[in-house]
Each structure stands twice: as structure tokens, then as C-alpha cells.
Design a protein around this ligand. Structure first.
Ligand code: BGC
Length: 731
């Protein structure tokens, strides 16, 4: 059972091994290590996921690489290893300090002569992203001589692997190295570990060090293990780099490395922290959510190009380690306010993957840029046509996320628009941002249809955010987003024309965009966006109101298996008005200025009871809209649901038979969105902060910071006032 304290989460029974792997995750944007014990075997899903390194095994799903573990350590006595499953287990606690990203565990076993305790601490250095550090302490209350073995463990757990081969170990003094390579692209992965720890007698074999500890019953023995990882994507000679990194780490030592790591975290929190007065639980849960965003934020410069954040962060291989709309729509707003350079990096990643988006459009007989629903390093779509498995037949089910969830391209354009609006940084537009916008506009121009009867352009055969209803016509959210793309293309062109007419001319010529431009102008006045009915409710898509209107409970009662997929051809929700996640409500939350309070309230009241919230992307959109209509207290449970998503670990673990567990960065970002955009009513326009306080009734004050070109702004919001101080020059 876990307990959440200020900056610490503690689990005291170790039962929920898979949940703890997520809950106690540490990371630094380059890699993340799951919160499993040092001796964990593959069924416990231990993992060190490397951001942006993918591999495909045979015809299985392409997924991120789980690296060998350079900190793998086993304690044994008389040849019998100590494990959490052993009958001799006495006590076990694990915890995470989420101010500094330090994982700890303390486990005691009974032996016939003594109680033997292992205490460890480890962190993924924020200062040297290639470095993992561990302090491994063994103590006993009576003399006993256990053995400690430290490996670079290649027995990794893969969902669709194995992914690595050609393992070559080497020993140089107290440093072991391993070089191996991925199977598909032959990317070299190098690891090393080095051990420090007094004058221990050890046996060193090619991939393991074995220490016999003579514990005297009072003095503990401390071992320090430094593990480093470099790949061929980071350097020409990753092996040389891992060796150098380990030597540097050993020389610096644990205390110094920990201090450097903490200093980086202090800097992160100096800008990124949020302080809530009047609600300790919300404070802790929100900070915990922000921690999870920081450990997966790719701050480092990669020589192989920019990278973004996958939907399950770096917590494992689920969702193929792919980048979805989650990043642009749910995570980017936090970073836009606190580290806009990261948002620029997300956008650059999309610019670099434009060729993949163009290939995908061609594949479907379309033009322009159709971004991958599940994007990996090349931008080719990792999403397959068959994404879930039918629980009854074991057969793959055809899903249409890949080919029909066309809003993904518009979501990316919205992020570019928001970035430019908020920062005034036009350079990104010239570095490919405008090309991206125009190519997305072109994609929609090539995919919409004209209805001569209705005299309007429509978007047919799509999947909106609510994935349970596939292949629908005129999904209100999708249509409004498409129109936003056209609007953004027009305004950005005219804006840049004023600044650099030659650039615009050259780009239009390069893309041969003149005809598209004229067509876009003709389409815009007659592009259809579904409007509210007399009751103020917007129909989610054509014919939605004709579907069976039954309650969530009724739909749930029709399930024949708890793991059954609710959507698609045979799903229990497909023939009903029950939706998976915020859809119309997402549109209203994004385009709030265009709709009246009456319409917002009507849609909240209509859609919320019909929403399963089967996705972690749902709650925050309801909460945001509710805050706008005076419903902050109503929104509060939605905020908590998002903020504690990875604490409670109650998110869905299966879609059909496919394992989808992991952390939920979109919910983490959604918690910040609700607290700051929702409860504080914050928005950013042309580098100016605007605030409309609407805190939940038990909150007294919220403090957050926003990084603008003129410095760090500290905003304090109380129930009826707000105040802004500039705290220093840009960092
Ligand atoms: C949701 C999508 C989301 C994806 C990744 C799905 O369950 O329906 O909206 O992008 O998960 O988080």
C-alpha cells in the first residue's frame, strides 16, 4: 500500500510490482528506469527505456528498446538468492523522492543467523544524462557472510522482442563494458558499470563482479555502482564514451554526483514548481505529476535529430513508445509556460518527421502531410491496422486509428500556432514550421468533400477523439480543427509576408502552393462545422443523436469480459451514445471564445454522463470547460483524477488483450492545465499573462511561474485577486 507525503511516495508492501514500476520511475529524458528492485526478473517488467531508440523484431510491433541493466544486483547466501517472493522476507519498503528523482528500497530477510538488510538509493542523473548511480548498502544484526553479485543484465523483458544481439563483454579493472546492437537497424548500444566500495575481495568475470561480504553484525557495507549508457545515435564510438563516463563518475563519487544531480532539479523546480495553499493532497499530487513530466522531457540535444515525448513517457514499451497528439495537446502547454524551448523541440521533431507524414498521405492517395497517429523516430506510422485483440476469439480486430484519426495533423498545427502566439518566436516558422502548416492544410484540402446538396465542404469517414465510434462523418472537433488549420495557414502567411515577403514567395513556389491557396480561400466560408441545436448541444458527428441513449452502467453490464474492447465493429459502446473520452467538450475547451456559457453548460451536462473517461485525456477537458462556466468545484474531482493517475495506478491496463499499462504524461499535463488554465484562469497572449481567478472553494492561493522573454514571472492567484512579479532575467 502506498502513501503520498510531501515530495515522497512510499510503498510498504511491494505487492503491486507492475504499478510500482511506473509509480517509482526515475529518469532524465534520455532514459528512465522502472521502479523495480535491483534483483527483479523479467516477469516484474524491469526496464531501462531509451528515448527515441526503436527496434522491430520480425513482424511484431516496433517498440522502444529496453537496455540491459548495468545496476542489476543480487544478494545471496549459500548460493540461494534473496528475492521478494522468498519465504524469508521480513519487511520491504520502496519509495521515491520526487523532488530529486531518487528511488530507494529497504528490504530485510531472516536468515538462520541474522536479519539481513539491503538499502539502496538510485538516480538517473539530470546532470549527465548517460549516467545511472546506485548506492547499495548491506547490513546485518549478527555476523553473516552473504554474497553480492553485480551484473550488466542482458536478460531484459520485452513486449515484442528480443531487440538486441551480438553481445560483447569486456573487463578493464573494476569496469565492465558491454557492446551490443539492435537487430533491425544495427544501432550500437554500449553500457558500462564501475563499482566503488572499500577494500572488498571480489571475483570479476566477464559480465559480473561477485563480492563476499564479511558482515560483523554492526558495520554496514556500502557499494557504489555507476552505470552508463551511450548509443550509436549519440556518438560514433559509444563504447569509448561509456568507459569515459564511468571513469568520470567513479572519480567524482556518489556525493558529488548526487549534488550535481540535485542542483539540476533545483533549477527545474525554480521555474516549474506550483505551490498550492489550502490543499496538501492536491499540492503533492500535482508536484508528483510535474515530476513525471520532467523525467521524460528530452532536454538534451541529440545528434540524430530532435525527439518528443511518447504517450507512456519512458515507462515501458506500451503504445510502442510512440508519440501521439498527447504531447502537443496535453503536455506542451506546461512546457510552453515554463520551458518553451522544449516545445520548440517537439515542433522541430514534427518538422523533421514531415517526410514520414508526406509518405503517409501518399499511401492513402492524398496530398500534403498526414502525420503518424503513432509516431516514432522517422515519422512513419507505427500504428497498425489491427490494434486490439478480440478477447473471445483471440483474433486481431480492425481499428481505424491509423487511417481515420486525421485530427492528429491539425493538433500539431495548433501547437505551432500556440507556440508562436505565446513566444513571438517566428524563426521556427521559417525553419520548417510554416511548411508544416501548409502541408497539413494541403492534406485536408485533398481529403474533404463537397456536398452539392448541402452546398458545403465536409470531412467524411473520420475518427474523432472518441475512438469508440469509428468512421463517422463531420465530427465536430475534427471539422473545427481543420478550419483552424486553414485559418492558421492564412494568418501566418500574411503575417510573415509583412516580415519577409521573399521567404513567403520562395516557400509558395517550392511547395507549388498557389492553387491550394486559392482553393483554401474558397473552401473556408463554406466549410461545415456542426453547430449547437436548440438545447445548445452540438452533435458529436452526423447521426450521433440517432444512437441508443442508455447509461454507462447499462453499457458496462453488457460486457461479457472485463477486458473486452468497447469500440469498433462489435464494441458495447459503438451502437450507443456512450463515448470514450472528451470530444465535443475538447473542442469547446479549445475554442471557448466562440461559444456562449449556455452552450458550454449544455454540452457539459449532456456529454459528461455519457463519457466513460476510458482515456486519461478526458478528465482535464471536462474540468477546463467546467472552470470556464463557474464550475471549479465540480471540476475538482476531475483534476484529482488526473493528478493522481500515476499515484493510484488505476488507469486501464488492457485494451482487448493488449497490455497498455505505463505512466500517463497526458494526465500529468492535464493536471497542470486544470490547475493553472482552469482554476487560475491563466492564458498567455503575445507574451502577456492574463488571469481570471476561479479557485476551488477550499483553495486559498496558487503560485506558479511563467518564463517569458523578459524574465521569469511569478504569478500568485488568490480567490479574488492575482498578482505578477518579474523575478529575474531570462535563464
Ligand atoms: C486515446 C488517445 C490517446 C492514446 C494515447 C488512447 O486510448 O483514446 O486519445 O492519444 O490513448 O494516450
Amino acid at each position: 500500500m502506498y502513501t503520498l507525503y510531501d515530495w515522497t511516495i512510499i510503498d510498504d508492501d511491494g505487492q503491486a510490482v507492475l504499478e510500482n514500476g511506473n509509480r517509482l520511475l526515475i529518469g532524465n529524458g534520455y532514459m528512465a528506469k522502472r521502479g523495480t528492485v535491483e534483483e527483479a526478473d523479467p516477469p516484474c517488467m524491469p526496464a531501462i527505456i531509451l528515448g527515441g531508440v526503436y527496434d522491430k523484431h520480425g513482424d511484431r510491433w516496433r517498440e522502444p528498446v529496453n537496455a540491459p541493466d548495468p545496476l542489476f544486483t543480487v544478494l545471496s547466501l549459500d548460493g540461494i538468492p534473496f528475492t521478494l517472493a522468498g519465504e524469508n522476507l521480513s519487511t520491504h519498503t520502496q519509495s521515491l523522492n520526487f523532488r530529486y528523482g531518487v528511488y530507494s528500497r529497504k528490504t530485510t530477510w531472516n536468515t538462520k543467523d541474522a536479519h539481513l538488510t539491503v538499502s539502496t538509493e538510485r538516480f538517473a542523473s539530470m546532470d549527465d544524462i548517460h549516467l545511472l548511480c546506485m548506492k547499495y548498502t548491506v547490513s546485518a544484526d549478527a555476523p553473516v557472510s552473504p554474497r553480492v553479485e553485480i551484473h550488466i543484465n542482458t536478460d531484459v523483458c520485452d513486449l515484442n522482442g528480443p531487440h538486441l544481439g551480438d553481445f560483447r563483454f569486456e573487463v578493464k579493472g573494476q569496469t565492465r563494458t558491454l557492446i551490443c546492437e539492435t537487430l533491425e537497424k544495427k544501432i550500437p548500444i554500449a553500457l558500462a558499470n564501475g563499482i566503488e566500495g572499500g577494500s572488498l575481495s571480489s571475483i570479476i568475470e566477464e559480465n559480473r563482479s561477485s563480492y563476499l561480504l564479511d558482515l560483523d553484525g554492526s558495520n554496514p557495507v556500502e557499494l557504489f555502482v555507476f552505470g552508463t549508457i551511450w548509443t550509436g545515435l549519440d556518438a560514433d564510438d559509444p563504447l569509448e564514451n561509456v568507459e569515459k563516463s564511468v571513469l568520470r563518475a567513479k572519480k567524482a563519487g556518489w556525493d558529488c554526483l548526487l549534488a550535481e544531480h540535485k542542483a539540476k532539479w533545483d533549477e527545474i523546480w525554480r521555474i516549474g514548481d506550483v505551490v498550492i495553499k489550502g490543499d496538501d493532497y492536491a499540492q503533492r499530487a500535482l508536484r508528483y505529476s510535474l515530476y513525471h513530466l520532467h523525467i521524460i522531457a528530452p532536454r538534451h540535444k541529440r545528434r540524430c535529430g530532435n525527439f518528443s515525448i511518447p504517450a507512456r513517457g519512458l515507462s515501458g514499451q506500451t503504445y510502442k513508445g510512440a508519440v501521439f497528439w498527447d504531447t502537443e495537446m496535453f503536455m506542451a502547454p506546461y512546457f510552453l509556460a515554463t520551458e518553451p524551448e522544449l516545445v520548440a523541440q517537439f515542433i522541430r521533431y514534427r518538422i523533421e518527421t514531415l517526410p514520414g507524414a508526406r509518405r503517409k498521405a501518399v499511401e492513402y492517395g492524398l496530398r500534403g502531410a498526414f502525420f503518424a497517429w503513432e509516431s516514432q523516430e522517422t515519422g512513419d506510422d507505427a500504428c497498425t491496422d489491427f490494434n486490439v485483440t478480440d478477447v473471445f476469439t483471440g483474433r486481431p480486430v480492425r481499428t481505424y486509428f491509423r487511417d481515420k484519426q486525421v485530427h492528429i495533423s491539425a493538433d500539431i498545427v495548433l501547437a505551432v500556432k500556440r507556440y508562436v502566439d505565446a513566444t513571438g518566436d517566428f524563426s521556427i516558422l521559417k525553419e520548417g514550421g510554416l511548411e508544416l502548416i501548409l502541408e497539413v492544410a494541403r492534406f485536408y484540402l485533398s481529403s474533404i468533400y463537397y456536398s452539392p446538396e448541402r452546398k458545403r465542404y465536409e470531412a467524411l469517414d473520420v475518427v474523432g477523439p472518441d475512438e469508440y465510434h469509428e468512421r463517422v462523418n463531420n465530427n465536430a472537433f475534427t471539422n473545427r480543427m481543420i478550419l483552424m488549420v486553414f485559418e492558421t495557414a492564412l494568418t501566418t502567411i500574411s503575417l510573415l509576408k509583412e516580415k519577409d515577403a521573399i521567404f513567403i514567395e520562395a516557400l509558395m513556389a517550392k511547395l507549388n502552393f498557389s492553387e491550394d491557396f486559392a482553393f483554401m480561400q474558397a473552401v473556408m466560408p463554406c466549410f461545415y462545422v456542426p453547430q449547437p441545436n436548440e438545447q445548445g448541444v452540438i452533435e458529436q458527428f452526423d447521426g450521433y443523436f440517432r444512437l441508443e441513449d442508455c447509461s454507462l452502467d447499462v453499457v458496462r453490464s453488457r460486457l461479457k469480459d472485463p477486458k473486452e474492447y468497447w469500440g469498433g465493429g462489435n464494441g458495447v459502446a459503438s451502437t450507443t451514445r456512450i463515448i470514450k473520452q472528451a470530444d465535443v467538450v475538447t473542442m469547446l475547451a479549445l475554442f471557448g471564445d466562440e461559444y456562449s456559457t449556455f452552450v458550454k453548460k449544455a454540452n457539459l451536462a449532456f456529454y459528461e454522463p455519457r463519457t466513460e473517461h476510458g482515456s486519461s485525456l478526458s478528465a482535464c477537458m471536462y474540468a477546463l470547460l467546467a472552470c470556464e462556466t463557474g464550475g471549479s468545484d465540480w471540476a475538482y474531482p476531475f483534476f484529482i483524477k488526473n493528478a493522481e493517475m500515476d499515484i493510484a495506478g488505476k488507469g486501464k491496463h488492457f485494451a482487448g488483450l493488449v497490455y497498455i499499462g505505463g505512466t500517463h504524461p497526458a494526465a500529468n499535463g492535464g493536471a497542470w492545465l486544470t490547475a493553472i488554465h482552469g482554476f487560475c484562469g491563466f492564458s498567455l497572449k503575445n507574451n502577456k499573462i492574463q488571469v481570471t481567478p476561479r479557485l476551488p472553494s477550499h483553495w486559498q492561493e496558487v503560485m506558479f511561474r511563467v518564463l517569458l522573454p523578459d524574465g521569469l514571472h511569478e504569478v500568485t492567484v488568490t480567490r479574488d485577486r492575482w498578482d505578477e512579479k518579474v523575478r529575474g532575467q531570462n535563464v
